[in-house]
Design a protein around this ligand. Structure first.
Ligand SMILES: C[S@@+](CC[C@H](N)C(=O)[O-])C[C@H]1O[C@@H](n2cnc3c(N)ncnc32)[C@H](O)[C@@H]1O
Length: 284
């Protein structure tokens, strides 16, 4: 497609990170032996978005890493959809994730929550033709989006690549509110370990091209998971292991390393992914 028929996308700060994720995922999905099938992501990067992906981020060397992480979220969402075929998935900070198209069972209802500028971009670049997908524009940190949630047929909350950009108190407040309002549901989320968080806060997480990751002040370790468990109505916080990938590193070394909790929490073999269950039945 000629460049001038593409949509120019100009983002900075945390919103720009959605393009990094998309770029990595699409580059993995393009491989014949991809660990994640994602034709929608390939279409966005190749034919829809006008953005200098390679110039800005360099080679997509973390494609498999990023795709395995997305696949782990997909697996949890599929499991939820199998049990609640008419349920609702709420994707906080959804960016240009194309997950809905990877997991759809043609019945599930999908609610994205994104900053207004990104909600508008998403609706433009990924229009819904099912009548079951919508995106609310606003911050995940203000409770407005909660008015649009319908937990009556089952609810799964997902915060993929979002919470690390918040302050600890903000994460705790958000979790407390969700645990109070959405009893019986589960939130799947990921985080970064303290060493990683520290490097981003110091502005030291950068690519050879000079792209600097925005600060990720919220870090997860065993103590932080215990703090989450202390929030009223949080019944459980458990680790989800990244799936086995391809090659020596992702197929053997990382899966082996991930069996050991302390190594898993170091986040060198994939960032920690977790599921947090809220107590209660979810029924009024
Ligand atoms: C790293 S991207 C993750 C995007 C997507 N979930 C993924 O995994 O590809 C972080 C996303 O969080 C969104 N975001 C940042 N602050 C937010 C907030 N307060 N409320 C909702 N979304 C937010 C950004 O716009 C961006 O799309």
């Amino acid at each position: 497609m000629p460049e001038d028929s593409k949509s120019k996308v100009d983002l900075e700060g945390v919103p720009e990170t959605l393009l990094w994720n998309l770029y990595q995922r699409a580059s993995e999905a393009r491989r014949p032996d991809a660990v994640l099938k994602d034709p929608k992501a390939i279409g966005l990067v190749d034919s829809v978005i006008d953005y200098p992906f390679e110039e800005r981020f360099g080679k997509a060397s973390l494609g498999q890493w990023q795709a395995l992480r997305a696949r782990r979220f997909d697996e949890e969402i599929r499991r939820f959809i199998d049990e609640h075929p008419d349920g609702q998935v709420v994707a906080l900070g959804e960016g240009l994730e194309t997950q809905f198209w990877r997991v759809d069972n043609e019945r599930v209802r999908w609610l994205g929550v994104e900053l207004p500028e990104i909600a508008e971009l998403r609706e433009r670049l990924l229009p819904d033709d099912t009548g079951r997908v919508r995106t609310v524009g606003g911050s995940a940190l203000d409770g407005e989006w909660m008015e649009h949630v319908d937990p009556s047929k089952g609810l799964l909350l997902s915060a993929q690549g979002l919470l690390m950009y918040f302050q600890g108190e903000e994460v705790h407040r958000l979790v407390a509110e969700c645990a109070e309002r959405f009893r019986g549901s589960t939130m799947i989320f990921d985080g970064v370990p303290p060493w990683f968080s520290q490097r981003t806060v110091e502005g030291k997480m950068k690519t050879a091209q000079g792209y600097v990751s925005p600060p990720m002040p919220w870090a997860v370790d065993a103590a932080e998971k215990d703090r989450l468990r202390e929030i009223p109505h949080v019944a459980e916080v458990r680790d989800l292991r990244a799936p086995r990938g391809r090659g020596l590193l992702y197929g053997f070394v990382f899966p082996l390393a991930n069996r050991v909790r302390v190594v898993r929490e170091l986040g060198v073999s994939g960032l920690p992914i977790m599921a947090m269950r809220f107590e209660g039945t979810g029924r009024p």
